[in-house]
Design a protein around this ligand. Structure first.
Ligand SMILES: NC(=O)c1ccc[n+]([C@@H]2O[C@H](COP(=O)([O-])OP(=O)(O)OC[C@H]3O[C@@H](n4cnc5c(N)ncnc54)[C@H](OP(=O)(O)O)[C@@H]3O)[C@@H](O)[C@H]2O)c1
Length: 246
């Protein structure tokens, strides 16, 4: 029976991915900053571990408690919508600490066991914003584009050890807690001069169109984890798939 460790399972894509793998008989290590047993069905194949990907001690403890892992999913992430002039450097550092350095640190922590066993899969969840630039997302996009570049180079150095690395690029998913969780970093992030631009962005979001569901992401992660012949990059969600094939 295979074991998957997923970061950021308290809500959204991470939570749905944990459910998806549990339903298919895997052992799931669902990690959360604040562990909550109630969000997933009870199962003797489920372990919930505390993990903050920005904290080296937390990573060390979680990886030790996890033991043997076959697939790592770096899903934990935070958003930041705002004009560069309006965002604080603290917010910039926070976004990179979570999305970029957290992904690298988790990967580094799991790699020794993958390399020793000559097997393992790393799935990094980035975003379709890296396929087509959008307004007011420069810092967030940079944090995810860095993970794309990191993953593509890392995949090459891991080939000799039969360890695979893949990218899942979701589109916009209004149904997760992502937007709400980003709100605290967005205070004053739209200076007056950028207000008309922000208004047009918000208006465009109200228009009907394809979006991404958490299940699209869970399915893409499933494919990356179980199909060794799948592409390095997997778009997830109708909007992301359309962008990737444009
Ligand atoms: N929603 C979208 O439109 C969208 C589109 C493309 C890509 N993505 C990416 O998809 C991933 C999941 O997003 P989502 O939509 O599912 O958002 P979400 O519902 O806000 O989930 C994000 C998860 O990351 C966790 N997290 C945040 N900081 C963390 C840290 N320092 N250590 C560990 N966990 C941390 C959150 O935990 P807490 O409950 O503790 O905050 C939460 O469980 C993110 O990487 C995001 O950038 C999202």
């Amino acid at each position: 029976m295979k074991t998957i460790l997923i970061t950021g399972c308290s809500s959204g894509f991470g939570l749905e991915t944990a459910r998806h793998f549990l339903d298919r008989g895997w052992t799931v290590i669902a990690t959360m900053r604040t562990p909550c047993e109630d969000v997933l069905p009870r199962s003797d194949r489920l372990r919930i571990l505390r993990l903050d990907v920005t904290d080296a001690d937390s990573i060390g403890r979680a990886v030790e408690e996890a033991g043997s892992v076959d697939v790592l999913v770096n899903n934990a992430g935070i958003g930041l919508l705002g004009a560069l002039e309006g965002v604080t450097m603290n917010s910039v550092r926070e976004v990179f600490a979570t999305n970029t350095f957290g992904t690298m640190a988790m990967t580094q922590a799991l790699l020794p066991q993958f390399r020793a066993r000559k097997s393992g899969v790393i799935v990094n969840v980035t975003s379709s914003v890296t396929l087509k630039p959008l307004h007011l997302l420069s810092v967030y996009t940079a944090s995810k584009a860095a993970v794309n570049a990191f993953t593509e180079s890392l995949a090459l150095e891991l080939e000799p050890f039969h360890v695979r690395a893949h990218l899942v690029l979701p589109g916009r998913a209004p149904d997760t807690s992502f937007g709400e969780n980003a709100r605290s970093r967005m205070r004053d992030a739209i200076p007056e001069a950028y207000a008309p631009l922000a208004q047009s962005v918000f208006t465009a979001w109200q228009q009907p169109g394809p979006v991404t569901n958490a299940s699209d992401v869970a399915e893409a992660v499933w494919r990356a984890a179980t199909d060794p012949s799948c592409p390095m990059r997997l778009a997830a969600g109708a909007d992301a798939v359309a962008l990737a094939s444009a």
